[in-house]
Each structure stands twice: as C-alpha cells, then as structure tokens.
Design a protein around this ligand. Sequence first.
Ligand SMILES: *Cc1c(COP(=O)(O)O)cnc(C)c1O
Length: 361
Amino acid sequence: MGGGEQKYVQEAFDTNWVAPLGPNVDNFEKSITQFLSDNVYVAALSSGTAAIHLALELLGVNRGDEVICQSFTFSASANPIMYLGATPVFVDSEKDTWNISPKLLEEAIEDRIAKGKKPKAIVAVHLYGMPYKVDEISQISKKYDIPVVEDSAEALGSSFNDEKCGTFGDIGILSFNGNKIITTSGGGALIAKDEVIKKKAVFLATQARDDAPHYQHSSVGYNYRMSNILAGIGRGQMEVLQNRVDQRRHNFDFYKKHLAHLPEIEFLEEQNAYYSNRWLTCILTPSFAIREKLRLALQEDDVESRPLWKPMHLQPVFTEFPHYSDGTSEDLFNRGLCLPSGSNLSENDLERIVELILTKI
Ligand SMILES: *Cc1c(COP(=O)(O)O)cnc(C)c1O
C-alpha cells in the first residue's frame, strides 16, 4: 500500500458509503480514465474475470459461438468464454513479445471461417506487462471484422507509441487482484470506447435492473460492481502506480545488469515504441532441466520463483478445444522462469537473489 488508501477507506466509513457504489467508485473510475486516456469510459468491477465476462457478452458472444483466445495466458482470460457456453479456440504466441502470433491468428481465423464459423471475438493479452503486436492485431481485427477484448490485467502502466495498454481493444479490461501491479485486494475494470457500452456494463454488473419503481428485469444480470470500500484502496493505489512501475522496471534492469552476460539466461526485450510495466521479470534458460535446477536451487534458499504460465491448449480442462500452435508457448513454459518481482524488493533482496543465481546456475 502507498499510504493514501486508508484516507479514502476512512472517508467511506465516515460517510457510510459501504456499498457497491459511492464517491470512491466514481473517483476511482475518474482517476483510471485520467491515467489511460480522455477517450475511454471505465466501469469498476469486482474482478478482471468479471470484466472479461461482461466484455464478451457486450460484444454479442452467445452459446455455441467461437471465441479466439491467446493460449499463453492465465486461465482467467479463457474461463469467461466457457461461462457463456461458447467454444474457445486457442492461438499460440510469437517469440518477439510472447503474445498472440499475428500469423497464427490469421491462419486460425481463415481456418475457422473455412470450417463454417467466423469467430465472434479475439481475446489478446499483454502478458507479463509486455504489449502484444498492437498494430498487427488491430489490422487483422479490422480485416475480418472481429472485435478484440484486450486483456490488460497484467499491463496497467504499459504503453505502445505513448498510448496506454487497455485502450487498444474494442473493449479493454484491467485487474486489481492482490498479485497485480496495483491492487484493491480484488477488483477489476472494463474499459469502453463509448459511454453507452460503459452504461450497459454497469447495468449488467448491477443485476440488470430496468428503470421502474419496483424491481423489474428484462435480462439476466450479474453482481459484478466494485465495492466503495475497495475503490477507496484503488484511489490510493492510483497515486503510486507510476512509482510501482518504476520499481518493477528497476527489478528488471537490476537482474539484466547482473545476469545478462550468462549464456544460460535470456531476457525478453521491448520492441520499438514499447514500454512495459515489467510486472514480472521473466527469464528463459536453455532447457527444462536447467530451468528446474535453478528453480529448485532458489527454493532451497527460500526464494520463490515460478515457471511461466502453462498454455491453455495444454491444460486438462481445455484439451478438447481447437488450437493453432507451433510449439512456441510450450517451449516458453518449459524453459522460462518468473523471478521474484515484488515492488517491495530491497536492493539487498535483489543482490541476494542474483548472487544465488550466479552460484547455482
Ligand atoms: C489476473 C488476470 C486476469 C483476471 O483478473 P482477476 O481480477 O484476478 O479476475 C485475467 N487475465 C490475466 C492475464 C490475468 O493475469
């Protein structure tokens, strides 16, 4: 926490705004808008997963539809496709950004159309805070007229061409879960380009109550709005967002400075005009065996590290669904490791981790 959070939470208590609406919710949305762009409309929600669910529903995804999803991601990118009774179609990553491959995406779209069904939406992810190939993905989306849900859960504070991640898709989403770059303990947001879409999102997120004196419902709603207490935490967190990005980027720079000379360790670089929040610092080793040796050696000294996300097309729950892969994300999963990346790591912590890696690799 940065310090300001308790003030806004106290305000909610003092004014008795203990509900899933109130001044903190409005002001948190305002500060996210100010950070992202004047041209977006933000709805604060209970989670990033809820935001993806509503985004897909607002884009018209129905039972039996197909939705393309980046395979190399956290399961929350894909689960909402299942909630809607739609079919996920997984697409592999490219080596430059570790995100959805424009080439495989286009192949997948062509093949799904040839098989008789045009996908209803594309879920593209800025994994680990690294922007996906924004221009290429937008072009494909336009060419085939398929909207993009931009999963920016890990990329608040990242940008491409000085434009913020979260503003590139037809609908963007953010997460404020406990592990993200800023947090409300749990929470998320939907980013719309049009006020009407934001209003529809809030309507669905508050049980889809029609305008009537009694409780009247013409559609099925959800209980997905953010609490005014948690939005108070969010307001305080927005004040330290850039500081958190600087800390995470410092972690990356420190690891790179002290480890990049090792032949066993490779870092993911930013593409031209990219700015990554470096949510997690990830490395690639030459093999699964070396990755595991390093991970277990760190664990022995109580330093936690984790393999990269296991691709969705390799997850037991999703094996029955179509996928378009060339082995890239599977290879990243086998050889990659997330190093300790908290915003609160001290210089001493970083030095100790680097020293361990240098002696154990
Ligand atoms: C965290 C995360 C989500 C989901 O956000 P929650 O707020 O935890 O529901 C979605 N996609 C990605 C890539 C994430 O890392």
